[in-house]
Design a protein around this ligand. Structure first.
Ligand code: THU
Length: 127
């Protein structure tokens, strides 16, 4: 499954719209229901209006009616072991748990797995 997620993240990255940073990113989410949603970063000429690959993937997942992330994978062609940015960590936490695996990749596949709780301990929660 890890490799399937990596391939989904890679495929999304190929469609990245990142002419300003020239830093394509892809993300893939496996849900509790067993489906995979992926997304790429989408930048804008008004720079702060762009968004991350993880956010695109979340949009796909939520729009499809799913709410539970089982595994997360993110990849970038110019950075091995890229991790989700701070804002995306908070967005992911909304639909995951501290134990949710986050797969980190090099150019060939998953090379390390951490948890979302490792990446964002004591996250903000309203409940
Ligand atoms: N980016 C992501 O898509 N995900 C991350 O986890 C880190 C950063 C994007 C945002 C921007 O389009 C580009 O990478 C450079 O920061």
């Amino acid at each position: 499954m890890k490799d399937t997620l990596f391939q989904a993240a890679r495929a999304a990255m190929a469609n990245s719209h990142s002419p300003y940073s020239k830093f394509p990113v892809g993300a893939a989410l496996l849900t509790a229901a067993g489906n995979i949603y992926h997304g790429c970063n989408i930048e804008n000429a008004s720079y702060p209006e762009g968004w991350c690959a993880e956010t695109s993937a979340l949009s796909q997942m939520v729009t499809a009616g799913e709410r539970k992330i089982a595994e997360i994978c993110v990849t970038a062609e110019k950075m091995d072991r890229i991790t989700p940015c701070g804002g995306c960590r908070q967005r992911l936490v909304e639909f995951a748990t501290p134990d949710t695996p986050v797969h980190l990749c090099d150019q060939n596949g998953v090379v390390e797995t951490v948890t979302l709780g490792n990446l964002l301990p004591t996250s903000f929660k309203l409940d």
